[in-house]
Design a protein around this ligand. Structure first.
Ligand SMILES: [Zn+2]
Length: 230
């Protein structure tokens, strides 16, 4: 993030912070949003006060668009004084792409929930909106990892009811041995799929479609849950 202040300015802010001024106070006094402060401290490799700030640092590392997250947070009418991203991070510790991020807050039917504007919203749906994109009202969010309390955005894909049904049909077929697509995965194909994900950042869905395998098969092979020997 570009800023017009020299590094010494951020070091000075950091010292004030350690002497008792909150990030909120510093952001008000210096007319900066809090994330600008976090990002600039991060550049200077300054230390972090608590787990919450460390989590925000992780988020930045995952190249998540915090500005967009904040916009969504205001759209969803979360309490203005605490952005939705911060409330969300009280209940989950983001780790990496592969591991499930288990929701530590309230659950309903096994799925994490968080109150947004007085309504209990699915934590995985909030995660998708914070980290990826808005969810059109007629679409649902699918867990690639089959783990309802997981809110790792990398394990979430947007889809229609029809997609869900197609997934079920495909997995039934492969259980009966009628579908050759899983068997047709080879070391070579799996390596190619992983490269596409890493280098080109293609979605799991796109890669699955290219190789005519179901979404979960592609997801598991790419993350190394299956085909872990290569
Ligand atoms: Zn997961």
């Amino acid at each position: 993030m570009k800023h017009k202040y020299p590094n010494s300015f951020w070091i000075d802010l950091n010292e004030q912070h350690w002497n008792g001024k909150s990030v909120k106070t510093l952001s008000t006094e210096n007319s900066f949003d809090r994330n600008t402060i976090y990002l600039n401290w991060k550049k200077l490799n300054l230390t972090w006060r608590n787990q919450n700030e460390a989590n925000l640092l992780n988020i930045a590392d995952l190249e998540i668009n915090i500005e967009r997250a904040k916009k969504i947070s205001s759209t969803l009418k979360a309490k203005p004084r605490q952005p939705l991203i911060e409330r969300f991070l009280q209940y989950v510790v983001p780790t990496n792409e592969k591991e499930c991020w288990i929701w530590k807050g309230a659950l309903r039917n096994g799925y994490g929930i968080l109150n947004v504007n007085k309504y209990a919203e699915g934590a995985h749906r909030i995660s998708y909106e914070l980290y990826k994109d808005r969810i059109p009202s007629d679409l649902l969010i699918r867990h690639l990892c089959n783990n309802p309390p997981c809110v790792n955005p990398y394990h979430l894909e947007i889809g229609t009811q029809q997609d869900n049904m197609n997934d079920m049909v495909r997995s039934e077929r492969s259980a009966k041995g009628e579908n050759h697509s899983q068997a047709s995965l080879t070391n070579e194909v799996v390596v190619k799929m992983r490269n596409m994900r890493e280098t080109n950042g293609l979605s799991y869905q796109k890669i699955a479609d290219m190789y005519n395998v179901d979404l979960k098969t592609a997801y598991k092979a790419i993350l190394g849950i299956t085909w872990s020997h290569i």
